[in-house]
Design a binder for this molecule. Structure first.
Ligand SMILES: [Ca+2]
Length: 258
């Protein structure tokens, strides 16, 4: 009469063992489960960190540029350089709703950080952040000229007048594809006799937000200019004349190519 009891006990023990093994198996599967979104996040984090290094490299390049300028001219250009540095360091990667985001070309549902546009790696699922359309440099081709009639809101009591921005040089940054360094001449035709004030400016073009930011060479002007090109439009931009130091908006103009 004891044998069936033993058999029952051993069969209960076997069931418990099977349950335990099953539980262990599930736990192992959960622990060892590959999570693609976490992995993508890791890769993104790595890329962002690497872009931070690129920013440091760009700052170093700007530093070298500063030294170069000091050799060429007696006038130091620290304000301009500091402003460029500040603009670059303010760029931080964010999600799709953030300020510095770029909508993937051909895929409106996806966004990437401005810092990842035209950097040589596909970040959009369809590679739209690296295609020829997005990374086209025609708008900053030397010789391109943009002009428009500026309306002053503050800073100076100027009447409406023409502003002309002519690109004189552009150079991709070696390790930071999202930006191209640009040189330009900016002309403000400040009075009715078309008495013009021209100044040399330098800055960058950001592929991610299609923004051309130009600051004057030290001592040449108190104004800087920024122009935002619509995606896909190489010929028209919404531009602002801003006070170089405060970045206060003084005037606006709609610029078109001549
Ligand atoms: Ca990219």
């Amino acid at each position: 009469t004891r044998l069936p009891a033993v058999n029952q006990e051993s069969s209960t023990a076997a069931m418990m063992l099977r349950s335990l093994l099953l539980l262990l198996g599930v736990a192992y599967m959960v622990a060892g489960d590959f999570d693609p979104s976490a992995a993508r996040e890791k890769v993104f984090e790595y890329r962002v960190r690497s872009q931070q290094l690129h920013i440091e490299d760009l700052e170093k390049q700007i530093g070298e540029l500063e030294e170069e300028y000091e050799k060429l001219s007696d006038i130091p250009d620290k304000d301009t350089i500091d402003e460029l540095k500040a603009r670059v360091s303010n760029l931080e990667p964010t999600d799709c709703h953030g300020k510095h985001t770029h909508q993937c070309h051909g895929d409106p549902g996806h966004c990437v950080s401005d810092l990842l546009v035209c950097d040589g790696h596909d970040d959009c699922p369809n590679g739209g952040d690296e295609d020829d359309f997005t990374c086209d440099t025609e708008v900053i081709h030397p010789g391109r000229s943009y002009s428009g009639r500026a309306t002053w809101e503050s800073c100076k009591p100027f009447g409406p007048h023409n502003v002309i921005v002519t690109i004189v040089g552009s150079k991709p940054t070696e390790f930071f594809g999202a930006f191209t360094m640009v040189r330009a001449v900016v002309t403000l035709e400040v009075d009715d006799d078309h008495h013009a004030k021209s100044f040399s400016a330098k800055g960058y073009f950001s592929f991610g937000n299609r923004l051309l930011a130009l600051v004057p060479e030290e001592g040449t002007s108190q104004f800087a200019v920024s122009c935002k090109f619509n995606h896909g439009d190489k010929d028209t931009a919404d531009c602002k004349v801003v006070e170089r130091v405060s970045l206060h908006v003084c005037a606006r103009f709609r610029a078109t190519t001549k």
